[in-house]
Design a protein around this ligand. Structure first.
Ligand SMILES: *Cc1c(COP(=O)(O)O)cnc(C)c1O
Length: 410
């Protein structure tokens, strides 16, 4: 037999499997409560409305909706996206262009292709979204990790970290942030810190990627924040949005709103990657925006996930051993839990799966391999009683794990 693997490019050889997708495979066909994935709750999908829309789109627009279409997206949808985000408080300027992408994941990939030379410095929150880390790593980025707390990225540490990286000869190019309902912690960056971040970006001439899947369904009413894109007067913020969390991830529709020159470069990159995103999905989402389905789904998601978040917090407080701590998610789909020192959540995972529950070990979310005692759990997918049960099992597993290691926990 041919040794196919010997033919792989060095780039592909460097790829490591996504821990989440591996866990999903591991838990498939087993009766495992999965708190690992990033799946929206199926109760939120507007199934009947989308079925009706899909059939109307094909009847009314079949000749265009089933056809190839422009790389940056079909014009009425690009316009609808710009209006839609404007209506949510995101500034879109005359110099901006919208690029429709195959999920935000493709936008992140296209930006890496467009912007990163091996060795370039990228500032990220620590922890951060692991799928972005993986792309940036593939393109040879140097990570500059900034810790975060309940008010988001510690911008007071930003300038020193940039100076240090520059002293090492690193070309610091951009900041990647999930400022609103951060993945994996669910925290929101305060406006003071956002202002500081923008000032530093300006001073050091950095681009800012604002990855924003969650800001349209913040759970708590007392939260005020301004999108980085809205604060930006210099065209340095690249705004990423997605329909995955506010309509349906299966449509694979995201968008980038950024400086026209940058979007032009992204267009050339996208021509190579996939020619264009699904025409059919774009028209379906266009109708869904125009007919209010998206806004209704957003409200439904907000209510359903807020309820589940509260159930989760209650269960964490009830069951987790002393010495555990976590951030209270203000939106999004995830919570990030720190278990007592001495727990290694990668090591504990098999034990948890054997007992019927899965989570994502914390290490994957750090560019430097820290986070051994942390884990990310998803609270949007399971119904409340199952979510509670999953957390109870995780807590018991952690207690038994510590006992087996000769460490105590209560
Ligand atoms: C869910 C999520 C995305 C969206 O991915 P899609 O490719 O649009 O499905 C992007 N960034 C973050 C931080 C996310 O949590």
């Amino acid at each position: 037999m041919i040794d196919v693997a010997s033919k792989f490019s060095s780039g592909v050889k460097s790829l490591r499997p996504s821990e989440i997708r591996e866990i999903l495979a591991l838990t498939e066909n087993k009766k495992v409560l999965s708190l690992a994935g990033g799946l929206p709750g199926p109760e939120v999908f507007p199934k009947e409305e989308l079925a009706a829309i899909a059939s109307r789109v094909i009847e009314e627009l079949g000749d265009s909706a089933l056809q190839y279409s422009p790389t940056l997206g079909v014009m009425p949808f690009r316009e609808a996206v710009a209006d839609f985000v404007r209506g949510k408080g995101v500034k879109v300027t005359d110099n901006d262009r919208v690029a429709v992408t195959t999920g935000s994941q493709e936008a992140i990939y296209l930006l890496a292709m467009t912007l990163i030379n091996p060795g370039d410095g990228i500032i990220v929150e620590s922890p951060t979204y692991l799928a972005a880390l993986n792309v940036f790593r593939y393109y040879g980025a140097n990570f500059i990790s900034i810790p975060l707390d309940e008010n988001g990225m510690r911008t007071d540490l930003l300038e020193d970290s940039i100076k240090k990286a520059k002293e090492k000869g690193i070309n610091v190019k951009m900041i990647y942030t999930v400022a609103t309902c951060h993945n994996p912690t669910g925290v929101i960056m305060s406006d003071d810190r956002r202002k500081e971040l923008m000032e530093i970006a300006s001073k050091y001439d950095l681009l800012v990627i604002e990855d924003d899947p969650y800001s349209f369904f913040v759970f708590d009413d007392d939260v005020n924040f301004t999108h980085l894109k809205t604060m930006d007067d210099e065209g340095r913020v690249i705004y990423l949005g997605t329909f995955s969390k506010i309509l349906a991830p299966g449509l694979r529709l995201g968008y980038m709103i950024a400086d026209r020159q940058l979007v032009r470069a992204v267009e050339l990159a996208k021509q190579m990657v996939d020619l264009h995103s699904s025409t059919l999905s774009q028209y379906i989402a266009l109708y869904a925006i125009k007919e209010g389905v998206v806004d209704r789904t957003i409200e439904k998601a907000r209510k359903s996930y807020r309820e589940k978040r509260d159930v989760m917090i209650e269960a964490l407080e009830e069951y987790m051993p002393d010495g555990s701590h976590w951030f209270r998610p203000r939106g999004g789909l995830f919570a990030f839990i720190y278990l007592p020192e001495g727990v290694d959540t990668s090591d504990m995972l098999q034990m948890a799966i054997d007992r019927g529950v899965a989570y994502v070990p914390g290490r994957s979310f750090f560019s430097d391999g820290s986070g051994a005692n942390a884990m990310r759990i998803n609270f949007s997918y399971l119904p409340p009683d199952k979510l509670r049960e999953g957390i109870r099992i995780i807590a018991n597993t952690a207690v038994d794990y510590l006992k087996a290691k000769g460490k105590v926990a209560s």
